[in-house]
Design a protein around this ligand. Structure first.
Ligand code: PLP
Length: 648
């Protein structure tokens, strides 16, 4: 008897037979999360779009990948588009400018970039450079970051905001900066810092500029809601704030109190939380003015979200507002609240990190292998003397229809598990077990294929496409390049960067190459919903299949770690020119194996020497000849100084 199995992929999606680049764009939602920076061209390639003179310049990402390969920069790689960083700085500053003009607000906006969001030298350099025309400054949360800020900022109208716990050394550096004419502000996180600041300032005879970080009672939604509220670990209580005022007054330094600072949390998805936070901050600001503090600046921290899901909702990884709405809300709230108490409008500062840098970077990698869940080749027939259970399974396979899916599902699992039981007891052979598993899989596959036609399905059947999803092994380390997927279940947009005018026929989850069961991506947002699999193309024999994970410019690079000793990836920073060409402004080769070994205190030179000694020993013992020794040493050296990722 002949067995037939449906080799159609288990599809949760019913896609039309004709497929175009537009279908891919809609499927992967690129126009929703791409914020006009990403799209698909008619050739089915993912493109970067750089806004320019009312239009945009488009570059297919796959072309950059080709150009990288020619320069010896293999996958995986982080691709940074300088123009997007530039455009984000412009967008935020211009949006505040518009909001200020429209409202008639009587002061200006000053942004600062929090260095912790991406400390990479060339990113901070670019921000300092592109930001100088808006006097966009830097926020430092540690001595190391202050040192970065002091050396990168060239424009004295830009601010340096110092958050974090500050010791005497930190304070001295900041005071010297003020003496040099840099507008460096200490934000008090605790009362203890105040004594150090007063003491050092008197000793050096340099007056500080002081801000107070308050703990707002307004709570926000999203992952970072503990940055606000009474239990926030940051900021001063109202009582402590008044102690600060009193102490400054005692020391005749109340005129140094210039800023109110608050930070509601990162990635605030709901605009209403922002409005209520700003309102509360205004009341504190007014209170400090009434106490006689000089003031003049209000710093509203970070929190401007990125719509990673493209859903424009108040879900954690989305946002229910746009940039203009954010700015207008802040400016109008400040204005209304302060006008009612006849308080002059302060300079408005925000510390947007994520919204500034997320778009500019993407992680690119190739797919190394696929473990599909297609049933293997089924035998032409099952021998009559074959196991009864195999005949039963085959009968189930033949009987699957859209009306008996649950029944066939139950039977398939039952018979398959019976064969496994018998195998345990020595009553079925290895080949019989393999055949049972194979037919069982063919049944599940057939059921999954019919699910879209079924009227009502149980939860377990609903889950079937996920269980049958292919595993695509990507050449990257989640822990190194996308740590927030592991740490906080962050959603990032994922999309192939080519072949987008072909219909993706497989449902897949992505696994990285760390061989850690946490090293996987199995939550995706497309078609307005969270899915546990993503549609992808089958691999071609003759070419690489490249995927991109987008909007990864914020927080991912330095939070990443060396799990399984996969190191930093290659990084290129590309500038797109007006004519649509691009140039490699910066190239960084990722860590070599020697690099990562030395991070964990190995001495690569000594390791090479050790290996040489082993090889020499083998020569002496007559196991290998000298020529072979040389070959082995060369291979060892090539590995040691090569890339930590999979190399073709
Ligand atoms: C992390 C942080 C930011 C940046 O927040 P984003 O949400 O990335 O804009 C700003 N200010 C402070 C004090 C922070 O701790």
């Amino acid at each position: 008897m002949t067995l037939t199995a449906s080799h159609e992929p288990p599809q949760g999606l019913s896609l039309p037979p004709e497929w175009s680049y537009n279908d891919s764009a809609n499927l992967y939602g690129v126009r929703d999360w791409g914020a006009e920076y990403f799209d698909v061209n008619t050739a089915g390639e993912a493109i970067v779009k750089v806004p320019s003179n009312g239009g945009s310049i488009e570059v297919p990402i796959i072309e950059v990948v080709e150009a990288m390969r020619l320069r010896g920069l293999e996958m995986p790689a982080v691709l940074r588009i300088e123009n997007l960083l530039d455009h984000r700085i412009t967008a935020i500053n211009e949006a505040f400018k518009r909001a200020i003009e429209n409202a008639g607000y009587q002061n200006e906006y000053r942004g600062v970039f929090p260095i912790k969001v991406n400390q990479q030298c060339h990113v901070v350099e670019e921000i300092a450079d592109y930001g100088s025309r808006y006097h966009h400054g830097l926020e430092a949360g540690s001595k190391a970051e202050l040192i970065i800020a002091l050396t990168q900022l060239k424009d004295h109208k830009s601010l340096i905001i110092c958050n974090g716990y500050k010791d005497a050394e930190f304070v001295e550096l900041g005071l010297y900066a003020r003496k040099m004419g840099i507008n460096c502000v200490f934000v008090l996180e605790t009362l203890g810092e105040l004594d150090i600041i007063i003491e050092r300032s008197k000793a050096l005879n340099i007056e500080p500029a002081i801000g107070a970080r308050i703990r707002l009672a307004s709570m926000v939604e999203g992952h970072w809601n503990e940055d606000s509220g009474d239990r926030s670990i940051f900021g001063l209580s109202t009582d402590a704030l008044l102690t600060v005022v009193d102490r400054l007054r005692e020391h005749n330094l109340l005129h140094c109190m210039k800023m109110l600072h608050c930070h509601l949390g990162s990635q605030i998805p709901n605009i209403r939380n922002i409005r209520s936070g700003v309102l509360e901050a205004c009341r504190y600001y007014a209170g400090l003015v009434a106490e006689g503090a000089e003031m003049g600046y209000i710093d509203l921290g970070g929190g401007l979200a990125v719509d990673y899901e493209g859903r424009r909702s108040n879900e954690t990884h989305s946002m229910n507002y746009g940039l203009d709405e954010y700015c207008t809300n802040i400016i109008e709230t400040l204005q209304e609240s302060l006008d009612s108490e006849e308080i002059p409008h302060p300079v408005v500062i925000t510390e947007s990190g994520r919204a500034l840098v997320a778009y500019s970077s993407m992680l690119l990698f190739n797919v190394l292998d696929v473990r599909d869940h297609k049933p293997g080749k089924l035998p032409e027939n099952i021998p009559d003397e074959g196991h009864d259970l195999l005949h039963n399974l085959r009968a189930v396979l033949d009987s699957v229809t859209v009306t008996n899916l649950q029944e066939c599902y139950n039977d398939a699992l039952y018979y398959r598990d019976e064969v496994r039981e018998q195998f345990h007891r020595g009553q079925a052979t290895l080949r019989e077990r393999a055949m049972a598993e194979n037919i069982g899989l063919a049944i599940l596959d057939k059921i999954a294929g019919l699910l879209p036609e079924a009227k009502r399905v149980s939860a377990e059947l609903d889950d079937l496409p996920v269980l049958l999803a292919d595993i695509y092994y990507g050449n990257f380390s989640l822990f190194q390049s996308l740590p927030d997927i592991w740490a906080i279940d962050q959603i990032f947009p994922v999309m192939p960067i080519h072949r987008l005018n072909e219909k993706p026929t497989r449902q897949a989850v992505l696994a990285d190459i760390t061989c850690d069961c946490d090293g996987k991506i199995d939550h995706f947002c497309y078609e307005g919903e969270i899915h546990r699999t993503i549609p992808l193309h089958t691999l071609n024999q003759d070419g690489e299949y490249y995927l991109g994970v987008f909007l990864v410019g914020a927080y991912q690079e330095t939070l990443g770690d060396l799990h399984n000793l996969f190191g930093d990836t290659n990084v290129v920073s590309v500038h797109i020119n007006e004519d649509g060409g691009f140039e490699f402004r910066k190239e960084f080769h990722g860590d070599s194996i020697a690099d990562v070994l030395s991070y964990v205190e190995y001495e690569p030179k000594y390791m090479l020497e050790q290996f040489r000694r082993n090889a020499e020993q083998a020569v002496r013992e007559g196991r290998i000849n000298v020529a072979m020794r040389q070959e082995m040493l060369q291979a060892f050296r090539a590995s040691l100084y090569g890339y930590t990722f999979f190399e073709r």
